[in-house]
Design a protein around this ligand. Structure first.
Ligand code: HEM
Length: 322
């Protein structure tokens, strides 16, 4: 039996052929589930297993959504249109983990509809989380090729651009609920701010290169350090000096801001290295180099990406996040 029989399998490409990249992304989406299950079975989730499961699933939802939105800037930086193959899988993984997160939350409240509705209505962080979750659900439901055709590319892109405001909602959600574990919140915020900075560069139709990598890295640092400082100031009202000092020095601990710098810079450098390696290969083969840097000619299909680029110039200020 051939894999061609399952054209929509998570490990197949659009033509129904096996895709190692998509299979890897699918496996990555399952690994946190296996780890969580192992901890559950091994009674290793602490005094309140459901509370811990809510946190773990929320973190993974955020990580997959952030990885999905990193695909476009990384593809632009590296010129590797192949990266788009895993964007849908990563986005669906983000939605699936958000759904698991919501199920754990509902289980923690005994699946009682009245309590669930009351909690979601009176706690702003839950209301915001629900709005974000419904947005992710709308995107997941319209993620198929058939829905792209049915909605039309422009309307589909507009709907799926909602992922950026959803990330901002999710960041507010996690910030409002944070009590003790500052590190995850700060790291995720830093990575999101770095990613959104690249989005702003794409909005302005800037050529992404080393300047964009440096700008995203600085933004990731400021996002993570700023989040920690602001959170500390608002929750405790105490002097923020020690928090600022801890973020500026890497001596006492590796602060989340430095992790955010390492991850953003690492990904940026990898993308730029891949671009120069592919440039050298193409120069040697004298083939025309598939790249996002040169404008596409009319009717040209740059390895299937002409549908997405070049983007028409955005007209309204709020399209910066859409
Ligand atoms: C876009 C969808 C969502 C994302 C990405 C998300 C993400 C997160 C993250 C990252 C955390 C913090 C985890 C940690 O501290 O380690 C969190 C906590 C939490 N989220 Fe969500 N969330 C989403 C939607 C929701 C929804 C719809 C609900 C329920 C209505 C919900 C309920 C909770 C609860 C109860 C907590 C823990 C609060 C506590 O410990 O007091 N989340 N979420």
């Amino acid at each position: 039996m051939s894999l061609h029989l399952f054209p929509s399998a998570p490990w197949s490409d659009r033509a129904g052929r096996f895709s190692a990249a998509r299979a890897l992304a699918f496996a990555a989406a399952l690994v946190p589930g296996i780890l969580l299950l192992t901890r559950w079975v091994g009674d290793d989730l602490g005094a309140r297993p459901l509370a811990e499961a809510i946190h773990v699933s929320g973190d993974w939802a955020m990580r997959f959504v952030l990885t999905a939105i990193a695909v476009t800037p990384l593809a632009r930086l590296s010129g590797a249109a192949k990266l788009f193959a895993v964007r849908r899988t990563l986005g669906l993984a983000g939605f699936a983990w958000a759904a698991v997160h919501v199920v754990f939350w509902a289980a923690d409240l005994g699946f009682d509809p009245a309590t669930l509705a009351f909690e979601a209505a009176v706690r702003p962080y839950l209301t915001l989380g629900l709005v974000g979750f419904l947005g992710l659900a709308a995107m997941a439901a319209t993620s198929s090729d058939g829905m792209v055709r049915r909605l039309g590319t422009e309307r589909w892109k507009r709907l799926h651009g909602l992922v950026h405001p959803i990330v901002i909602l999710a960041l507010v959600h996690l910030t409002l609920q944070s009590k003790l574990d500052l590190a995850q919140g700060a790291l995720l915020t830093g990575l999101a701010v770095g990613g959104l900075t690249l989005r702003v560069a794409i909005f302005h139709r800037l050529r992404l290169g080393w300047g964009a990598v440096v700008a995203a890295t600085v933004a990731a640092f400021l996002g993570a350090a700023g989040w920690e400082t602001l959170w500390f100031a608002l929750k405790t009202g105490r002097d923020v000096g020690p928090i600022v000092a801890a973020n500026l020095s890497a001596a006492a601990r590796i602060a989340p801001s430095w992790w955010a710098v390492g991850i953003t810079l690492g990904l940026g450098c990898a993308a730029m290295a891949s671009k120069s390696a592919s440039g050298r290969r193409h120069d040697q083969g004298s083939a025309r180099r598939p790249s996002f840097e040169r404008p596409l000619q009319g009717g040209e299909d740059d390895k299937g990406t002409a549908r997405l680029y070049p983007m028409p110039p955005p007209r309204r200020w709020f399209e910066i996040i859409l």
